[in-house]
Design a protein. Structure first.
Length: 256
């Protein structure tokens, strides 16, 4: 992680996550990112913008679930204000992170050569966690499952995903994207006519208050009680609860 303090000093912090779980799906990726982002939130609370760079396989990074995490969790769980994610073409994503992995593998080889048994991720973690300035985190199956449980089912796919090379946002629940990355104003510019991507599908439905005496929005944060009436409502994903009032303003309630 490259960061710049208010006095202009540039600092590099190195992290590595380790797990026995070989999953590479979006939930696993976010489980591996979570302790790093949490570390930033706790120790560097002046950081408000994060820029990601990765390759772009559709099964891992460049896909709708990662897009959802970017425009939801980064705001609600880590309090970032802005985020960009840039996707490299295949074979063009090597960088400092690969050097960190190589260093740790060589360090593990050196430990084994001197008699240390490293048989799994846990023993790797405990053998190397204090051997360098690289901060290590151990990711469990439960960590991945906990993230997976937060993914809603109604994420709208982004048509033409594989042509997208940059996503960015400063708004909870909405992304902007373009096919070519641009770094004017740190990526938050209108160059190349970026398009807006609303990830959560709003579903309209009519229910009868005779069979449902109260209608609960966003996990009991607001309860509306009525006598027999017809209510047209907008169903929202839990992560967008902070936008609930806008949804309510769009709701039409008519007496029968």
């Amino acid at each position: 992680m490259y960061r710049k303090s208010n006095n202009g000093k540039k600092t590099v912090d190195s992290f590595c996550t380790i797990s026995n779980n070989n999953a590479h799906n979006p939930a696993a990726i976010w489980a591996h990112l979570h302790p790093i982002l949490s570390n930033i939130k706790v120790n560097f609370n002046d950081i408000s913008t994060v820029h990601f760079f990765s390759d772009g396989p559709a099964t891992q990074y460049r896909q709708k679930q990662i897009f959802y995490f970017v425009c939801s969790k980064l705001f609600t769980e880590y309090n970032f204000k802005k985020v960009t994610w840039n996707f490299f073409e295949a074979g063009h994503g090597k960088g400092a992170a690969d050097g960190i992995g190589g260093f740790l593998k060589r360090a593990a080889d050196a430990k084994v050569a001197t008699g240390t048994d490293i048989v799994d991720a846990k023993s790797f973690f405990h053998s190397l966690k204090d051997s360098s300035k690289i901060k290590l985190y151990l990711i469990t199956d439960d960590d991945i499952q906990n993230v997976s449980a937060t993914v809603p089912e109604n994420i709208v796919p982004l048509q033409g995903t594989m042509q997208v090379h940059q996503i960015f946002t400063d708004t909870l629940g909405t992304l902007k994207y373009r096919n070519l990355s641009c770094f004017c104003n740190r990526g938050f510019c209108l160059c190349q006519n970026p398009q807006v991507y609303d990830l959560i599908e709003k579903v309209s439905e009519t229910v009868s208050a005779e069979s449902l005496p109260w209608l609960i929005f966003a996990q009991k944060k607001l309860v509306l009680k009525f006598k027999p009436i017809t209510i047209q409502y907008i169903q929202t994903a839990p992560i967008l609860e902070t936008n609930l009032l806008q949804s309510i303003n769009a709701t039409r309630i008519q007496k029968t």
